[in-house]
Design a protein around this ligand. Structure first.
Ligand code: SF4
Length: 511
């Protein structure tokens, strides 16, 4: 054996040794780690000359009520009786990886559930192709579509198509992770990691606002916490509340950046017999009682730039119903801004104290608004090599997932798998246990991923039969990366893999 070969002698844990340091080969960075230290990602360390995964392997219990409370670590001391009463799900959190992709997944777990013999293949995937979609519940204009979103001054994504009551961001992706400068890749990775692990991140949008985003929390836009998500667009709000206003006020305008509604002209008002008022809205009339572009988008009333709602009104027309004393309610789509006016002798609206009779209807708008939240969906491609750790012929796994015969979860949370080629999945990070995501400095995100399918189907697809183990064995003996096992209750929103779906015999399988 040459001197070089001796220095790279393989250890039991699959690491290579150089003097006092040993090499971690769980990602392409190949850290040499000194005794008692961790590698660049902090997920693996050198403990007594062996590579050990720093976080425990997480096992979820579906028999326990929701709450997510962590149970005592189940390392060497655990006797298997503490919570071994129901359905257990070995997640990939803390499982380790298939990298460098020549070996089977770290855990391939068999379990019979309600008469169905299942296999769950468990691995932490390294996702170079990944990002997050962020939904920010707000009417406020946070920036134009396609505007660059920055974190720590680096481009990490862009503003994408707004949705109903929400602004949307698309962050990360392979171009920001690997296609720009080193700093851009590093900051993008850090931003994605924090968002996926439900930490707050400050994002600045070119030509727009600064937003603090934290999954499951209210957005903070230019320093202001958003409290409510709009009840609907201006037109929808008119439709929903027209009956409430009938007989209490002569005209109602719901101010909205997208569709401002006017009750006397709107179909809902017409059906209820609302009389013409001679009102004139400055904006582009779409259909009766529905106006586009009454203002530029902004952070004022209904996501417009306006702070004075009268600025969207033209002259009142006496030939079409305008008269002194005519009453007017103007309100935003969240009910947060409202004002009451009456026309004077010159048919000019004059603000008056807000009448008690209208408070209930404005309160009803507010009451119907849901709390404004930030939602973060992780999107990743479980592509090429990761699949080779599941079955010997990777395309078989893709076909099985697409045929709904393999159920894909991330840390036990259900995913949406996009139709079409590959395994491109989305998951709500709020359904994934906290701090389940990691990173490697390549840069890429590390996410837990589990594939559950029928055992006979797994074997038919070319699964690694000799690697299949029981949950009890995994709890007792652990795996290649020598970390302890932690058990916790599964969140009630995350169901056990759907047995009804998996019970079906996939086409082409032996009956
Ligand atoms: S970055 Fe982490 S996973 Fe990659 S080699 Fe270093 S310690 Fe191992």
């Amino acid at each position: 054996m040459s001197e070089l070969s001796e220095r790279f002698e393989t250890t039991e844990a699959g690491a290579k040794q150089v003097g006092e340091k040993i090499r971690c080969d769980a990602c392409p960075v190949m850290c040499y780690i000194a005794e008692g230290r961790t590698g660049a990602c902090d997920r693996y360390g050198n403990v007594g000359g062996r590579i050990v995964r720093s976080d425990p392997l997480t096992i979820l219990h579906h028999a326990t009520e929701a709450g997510g409370e962590i149970l005592p670590f189940a390392g060497e001391e655990w006797n298997g009786e503490l919570v071994n009463t129901g359905q257990r799900f070995v997640t990939a959190i803390g499982a380790g990886t298939t990298y460098p992709d020549y070996k089977p997944a770290p855990f391939i777990v068999s379990q019979e559930v309600e008469g169905v013999d299942l296999v769950t293949v468990v691995t932490e995937g390294i996702f170079s192709y990944c990002g997050v979609k962020v939904k920010i519940d707000t009417d406020r204009h946070i920036g134009p579509e396609t505007a660059t979103v920055r974190a720590q001054g680096e481009a990490v994504g862009h503003v994408t198509t707004g949705e109903y009551g929400s602004q949307m961001l698309s962050l990360g992706g392979v171009h920001h992770l690997t296609g720009g400068s080193k700093a851009e890749g590093r900051v993008t990775c850090e931003t994605l990691l924090d968002l996926c692990n439900r930490k707050p991140v400050e994002l600045a949008i070119d030509g727009g606002a600064t937003v603090i985003v934290e999954a499951g929390k209210a957005p903070i836009i230019d320093g202001q916490t958003e409290h409510r998500m709009r009840v609907g667009c201006g037109s929808a709000t008119i439709g929903m509340f027209a009956t409430q206003w009938r007989g209490l006020v002569d005209e109602v305008v719901v101010v909205d950046d997208h569709i401002t509604g006017v009750v006397s002209e709107h179909q809902a008002g017409k059906v209820l017999g609302w009389e013409d008022t001679g009102i004139k809205i400055i904006g582009r009339r779409s259909t009766p009682g529905r106006y586009f572009k009454v203002s530029e988008p902004g952070v004022g009333w209904g996501g417009t730039t306006i702070s004075d709602p009268l600025s969207i009104l033209g002259d009142w027309n006496p030939k079409k119903g305008a008269r002194p004393g005519l009453s007017l309610l103007m309100v935003s789509t969240t009910g947060e801004q409202f004002a009451y006016f009456e026309l004077d002798q010159e048919l000019k609206p004059v603000e008056k104290p807000f009448p008690e009779r209208l408070r209930k209807s404005v309160g009803l708008i507010e009451e119907n608004c849901e709390p404004a939240l930030c939602t973060v969906l992780f999107v990743g491609g479980a592509g090429g090599s990761l699949r080779a750790g599941v079955v010997e012929n990777p395309v078989n796994l893709t076909r099985s997932v697409q045929g709904l015969n393999t159920y894909v979860t991330v840390g036990g949370a259900p995913t949406y798998v996009w139709p079409g080629g590959g395994i491109t999945l989305m998951v709500d990070v709020m359904r994934v246990p906290e701090n389940a995501f990691g990173y490697v400095p390549t840069p890429a995100l590390v996410a837990p991923i589990e594939f559950t399918l029928r055992r006979d189907d797994y074997l038919r697809l070319g699964g690694y039969a000799s690697e299949i183990r029981t949950v009890d064995d995994i709890l007792a003996a652990g795996g290649e990366y020598l970390n302890p096992r932690a058990q916790r209750a599964a969140a009630a929103v995350n169901p056990w893999p759907p047995l009804q779906q998996l019970r079906r015999s996939p086409p082409g399988s032996a009956k």
